[in-house]
Design a protein around this ligand. Sequence first.
Ligand code: SF4
Ligand code: ZN
Ligand code: ZN
Length: 301
Amino acid sequence: MRRCYKCGQKAVVYLRQYRIAFCKEHYLEWYLKRVQETIKEFRMFGKGDRVLVAVSGGKDSLSLWDALHRLGYEAGGLYIDLGIGDYSRRSREVCEKFARERSLKLHVVELSKEIATIPEIREKEKRPACSFCGQIKRYYMNHVAKKEGYSVVATGHNLDDESATLFSNVLSWNMDYLSRQFPVLLEGEGFVRKVKPLFKFTEKENALYAFLSGIEFVEEECPFSEGASSIEYKRILSEIEEKSPGTKLRFYMDFLRRMHPILQQDKAQLNPCKVCGEPTSSEVCSICRLRERLSSKALSF
Ligand code: SF4
Ligand code: ZN
Ligand code: ZN
């Protein structure tokens, strides 16, 4: 039987890559301390900032919101209702309940009222849902943060997400994406600051935090996530991690330390969209162009 490295009680978790075991109480303490240290190390935000946490109803984003709240930050939530059938209905309920139980402010954007639901757009655009959904979500995170007076947007991306994205960007040598892959994207040119305070935690560590703190979350994945290449990359990286614990974190941290500084040149110039004012590299942003396309398609039906 393993014992907690702090108090000697029976351990409930063993973290292979750090070779430490914890009881419930000391795991939660370790987790919160590490979130706080990451925020400080990367100068993500301070106690004077208002943080908007983008929540999906899953373990990562709700753990993040819970941790920021416990650490004493002023954190509101944003749920973007994508209109993806039961999946969206259930995840919205979970987010609303989470906010209600803790008396926290939850902002809700209903995509059906703004543009159209993700399944509707997919149908009309004849493209995979994920090819525009991520962009739409980023657009509304920025938009709502500015409208509601938040200085920072925080997302629950974990180490598995970030290392899989890095892996994919390296495989295609996507220099533009690589140069923007960082846990803090500073404000400017119409963007509020964007941060990923959980980027050092694996999916399992977040699930454990959620489970041990009694957070109710939606376990089912978005139905459109099936077959996404990121799932395959996550699987490959987890196999390597299994054989050599700590590889994912090293892969990502070494990228941040060694490679990222070299890539900070030649960034595209941005200007406000002529229609909605959000930042874009063209005259009219891609979301306004999508909205325009959908409305003209609707007319021709
Ligand atoms: Fe959107 Fe679902 Fe794709 Fe995620 S998996 S980007 S929620 S469509
Ligand atoms: Zn303990
Ligand atoms: Zn626009």
